[in-house]
Design a protein around this ligand. Structure first.
Ligand SMILES: C[S@@+](CC[C@H](N)C(=O)[O-])C[C@H]1O[C@@H](n2cnc3c(N)ncnc32)[C@H](O)[C@@H]1O
Length: 315
């Protein structure tokens, strides 16, 4: 999907681009390869590990001893949430950009560190924060919400069919462990819901549970909405918005926004019957990973790539 993603940005070598989700820097590197000396790339990531990767220069493969030193001034990294896209671009003297990429969700680096709590495979802290400068963790949510609010969250963000039973199991389990602070680790959370996981679908249900908590901890849907809205304000007409999402809640927002300019997908027409949207979808459906890619990376199974283009009538 890397090729389709980069092609989707329709890169002009002298243009200015945003990688809203630096992660391991794979997409940033591919964008930089296409830019000339006038071109510019601004990358965001709220995770301090991503910042450390930028600082180390390791993401720029090659034999250069200190690749960051040789990285031309065309690359800027912003260790912030992309929900502040417009403000940080302005702070860097940029009012208009030619393309924005967001590869949403969790990076493989985040998944692979047990104590960050992202993976259902390990036993780690019940943390799930992408930005560890923020205070609230998944542990706070799991131990403080009442049963009804917890059930609502699991239904809304995890789309768990048995959200109520899951919430009850969590509340009962934590009630039995008050002296040790309730549920502290991903292992304990898994134990709490173990009898509520349908046989043969244990991993799927756990993934849905973790997804719900992650979306809540990181305010993921609000951040995505802010990014989409601001992208229209900062893209030049003809500029591209390329988004890869990993679950239906995100993909629905992206699809609706690219189709209609709003999150409900309501098409509004002018007096002459023309669709009044600041953006148009470049590809009809979502692009999905090829079988070949899935062999290498199973996580790509849920990836949906959508490409939009800012129209001339956009603000
Ligand atoms: C799937 S990874 C991106 C991988 C990247 N495209 C690459 O080539 O390595 C998603 C990254 O986006 C970051 N991220 C997610 N939501 C964010 C947000 N609202 N603001 C800033 N960074 C965010 C995560 O911390 C994570 O590092």
């Amino acid at each position: 999907m890397l090729t389709e993603t980069i092609e989707g940005l329709n890169i002009r070598p002298e243009g200015t681009y945003v990688d809203a989700t630096f992660g391991g820097g794979g997409h940033s590197r591919a964008i930089l390869e296409q830019l000339n000396e006038q071109g510019r790339l601004v990358a965001f990531d709220q995770d301090e590990d991503a910042k450390a990767r930028v600082d180390s220069g390791e993401w720029l493969a090659g034999d250069t001893p200190n690749p960051m030193a040789s990285l031309p001034a065309k690359f800027t990294f912003i260790h912030e949430n992309f929900r502040y896209l417009k403000n940080y671009l302005r702070l860097n003297g940029l009012r208009e950009v030619d393309g924005i990429l967001a590869d949403l969700g969790v990076s493989s680096h985040q998944f692979d560190v047990a104590e960050r709590g992202f993976s259902t495979r390990f036993d780690g802290e019940l943390d799930l924060r992408m930005d560890r400068r923020q205070e609230t963790t998944a542990r706070d949510i799991v131990n403080s919400l009442d049963e009804e609010s917890l059930a609502r969250l699991l239904k809304l963000y995890g789309e768990l069919p048995n959200a109520k039973q899951m919430a009850r199991a969590i509340v009962e389990f934590r009630g039995r462990r008050l002296e040790s602070g309730g549920i502290n680790t991903t292992g304990e959370l898994k134990e709490a819901v173990s009898r509520r996981l349908p046989r043969g679908m244990e991993n799927k249900y756990l993934a849905m549970l973790f997804q719900a908590l992650r979306i809540e901890v990181n305010g993921e849907l609000d951040a995505l909405k802010a990014l989409l809205q601001q992208s229209i304000e900062v893209l030049r007409p003809g500029g591209r918005l390329v988004v890869i999402s990993y679950h239906s809640l995100e993909d629905r927002l992206v699809k609706n926004f690219m189709r209609s300019g709003n999150f409900e997908g309501t098409i509004e027409k002018d007096f002459f019957g023309n669709i009044m949207s600041p953006v148009r979808m470049v590809s009809r459906g979502a692009v999905q990973a090829s079988e070949e890619e899935l062999q290498l990376n199973n996580r790509a199974r849920s990836a949906r790539l959508r490409i939009g283009e800012k129209l001339d009538n956009g603000e």
